[in-house]
Design a protein. Structure first.
Length: 101
């Protein structure tokens, strides 16, 4: 393949990963599982495409960026049952318009 096809393959992989991310955030059940599969398979497919074309430099950069993105995900240590630090029990309910206006 040529340079334009490699760029198109990378952009297609990016588009598939974005669609997978949307499905993870927007749906539950089988579509969410399919979204996870797309998010994991799309970068792997792009890396396989680049390495099959002998583009080891962009493939290594893609792996490094993928690892950095995974390292930036939020920690899952906090339980949902425990309130946030510094927070109270019932959240403040703001009334609009303010009374007296």
């Amino acid at each position: 393949m040529g340079g334009d096809a490699d760029v198109a393959g990378g952009l297609a992989g990016l588009a598939v990963a974005v669609v997978g991310t949307w499905w993870i955030l927007a749906y539950r059940g089988p579509l969410r599982a399919l979204g996870v599969l797309l998010v994991l398979a799309a970068p792997a497919g792009v890396i396989a495409l680049y390495t099959s074309e002998g583009l080891w430099g962009p493939a290594l950069v893609a792996v490094a960026l993928w690892g950095a993105a995974l390292g930036c995900r939020p920690a899952r240590g906090r339980s949902r049952d425990r309130p946030a630090p510094g927070g109270g029990g019932v959240p403040h309910r703001r009334r609009w318009p303010p009374p007296g206006r």
